[in-house]
Ligand binder design. Structure first.
Ligand code: SAJ
Length: 432
């Protein structure tokens, strides 16, 4: 083993939170020669990882777990032998969209008894600007008696995992890093540069690094809201928004295609803007634009149900007591993650309108009300496609007609509209 790697192998990294973010990071650090301990509260997950079985449905992670060594534990005492401690716990929102920082606060409190001079603590979880300085440093300092920037160092390197993406992963996605002080910044940039093969951009402060993540995800949310509003408008104007977006995409500069759909789910896009909205509100600024974008995107499940009612009425069927199938529960195609998924809002609105709803998702059988596609479409008056899973995109008009289904609402515009209309099916897309 060469000198650089051998030095690394003495370096112990502790990753707190072994989910979509922490587990790939822990495996990458191990691949780069670090001695890695992963901490999680979930005993089942710990056992699986120590048996080298992935708790996440991900081919690459399953493969890496077989080849690379990481030690999973629930015992925070392993922190004391580590050089770097990386926090990768969830940052959900409360019902009122306020950031729920309990997981982060819990992780910090568990670190404190083992925090020592020289430690670098890195937060990867997405937070609003200000959390590192106003929440994390006080917890770490108060109960340890150590001083940030003198005894230990704190950096923020927002995670950029994109679940289900075959091209971009923890190893090749560029990152930004901010820190409380210059020494912490150098330590963090050196660490990430030693494991990631993409540029690491140092920011001028913790707040700048925190702001980068919420800005990049708010950017996506407002752009999705833009095309969602166009979809609702163009539905009244008889214009196909997807064709128009594809037309606009022929412009080789200054246009970035986003596509309308039945809603915006996931643990990032519908959540992160609220972090900025709420933090700014506390500092007397109202993000009217970000809030409006959230309102538009949150309305899309209801719009989808309105389209369903219209489509049923066109075939002289009323929604009340009509059996309707919702295909797709996860928030995006070909993964099993249901966090903030619009599918559940669609189901709620359909039931409120009086429909009897069945649901099916091949990636989320445990939450589906039926266990097969055949069962899902049996005797239904309408089908709503809520997730563009590969198996759903292959469905033909013949399949639906054979099962007596004459109304399709394509919440992800993922079917061939003309083919379905030609076959005599009442087809409604989102803006198409
Ligand atoms: N969606 C639309 N229209 C679009 C794009 C997405 O309605 O044009 C919907 C999706 O159906 C889904 C939700 O928005 O319900 C979120 O989709 P997403 O593709 O943004 O997927 P995420 O939530 O996994 O977002 C991640 C984010 N990565 C990180 O936060 C590290 C996000 O920053 C990325 O931009 C995104 O992946 C990506 O580009 O795929």
């Amino acid at each position: 083993m060469n000198q650089k790697n051998s030095k690394k192998s003495l370096k112990i990294i502790t990753v707190i939170g072994l989910g979509y973010v922490g587990l790939p990071l822990a495996l990458l650090a191990s691949k780069r020669g670090y001695n890695v301990f992963g901490i999680d509260l979930n005993k089942e997950k710990i056992d699986l990882i120590n048996k080298r079985i992935s708790p996440i449905k991900d081919r690459k992670i399953s493969q890496q777990l077989k080849e690379l060594k990481i030690t999973a534990t629930s015992d925070f005492s392993c922190v004391k032998n580590a050089s770097i401690i990386i926090i990768c716990v969830p940052t959900p929102v409360y019902e009122n969209h306020m950031p729920d920082l309990r997981p982060i606060e819990g992780a910090c409190k568990s670190i404190v008894p083992f925090l020592k001079k020289g430690h670098l603590v890195v937060l990867e979880s997405t937070v609003n600007p200000g959390v590192s300085e106003e929440v994390i440093i006080p917890i770490l300092e108060k109960e340890s008696g150590l001083k940030c920037g003198r005894d230990f160092y704190l950096a923020h390197c927002p995670e950029r995992i994109n679940p289900g993406d075959a091209k971009w992963d923890v190893e090749n996605i560029p990152r930004v890093v901010g820190s409380y002080d210059k020494k912490g910044l150098k330590m963090a940039v050196d660490f990430y540069s030693s494991i990631i093969s993409a540029p690491i951009k140092p920011m001028n402060s913790l707040k700048e690094a925190e702001a980068v993540k919420v800005v990049e995800n708010s950017f996506r949310d407002i752009n999705i809201a833009f095309v969602n509003e166009l979809a609702m408008s163009f539905s009244c104007l008889g214009i196909d928004i997807v064709n128009v977006i594809e037309g606009a995409s022929t412009k080789p500069f200054s246009f970035m295609a986003h596509f309308p759909g039945c809603g915006v789910g996931g643990h990032c896009i519908p959540v992160d803007p609220y972090y900025l909205i709420e933090y700014a509100k506390k500092n007397d600024f109202d993000h009217d634009f970000l809030s409006l974008a959230r309102k538009i995107n949150n309305y899309m499940p209801q719009f989808t149900v309105e389209q369903t009612i219209k489509a049923l009425n066109e075939s002289n069927i009323f929604i009340n007591n009509a059996k309707v199938a919702v295909l797709g529960l996860s928030y995006k195609a070909n993964i099993d993650d249901c966090r903030e998924s619009p599918s559940f809002e669609i189901i709620k609105h359909l039931q409120k309108a009086g429909a009897n709803v069945v649901s099916f998702d091949p990636f989320v059988l445990q939450k589906s009300t039926v266990k097969s596609l055949k069962e899902a479409v049996k005797g239904v008056k309408a089908v709503v496609i809520a997730t563009a899973h590969k198996d759903f995109k292959k469905l033909t008009p013949k399949f639906f007609l054979e099962n007596g289904v004459k109304v399709i609402v394509d919440g992800r515009n993922c079917l061939d509209k003309q083919k379905f209309i030609k076959a005599g099916i009442i087809y409604k897309g989102i803006g198409t």
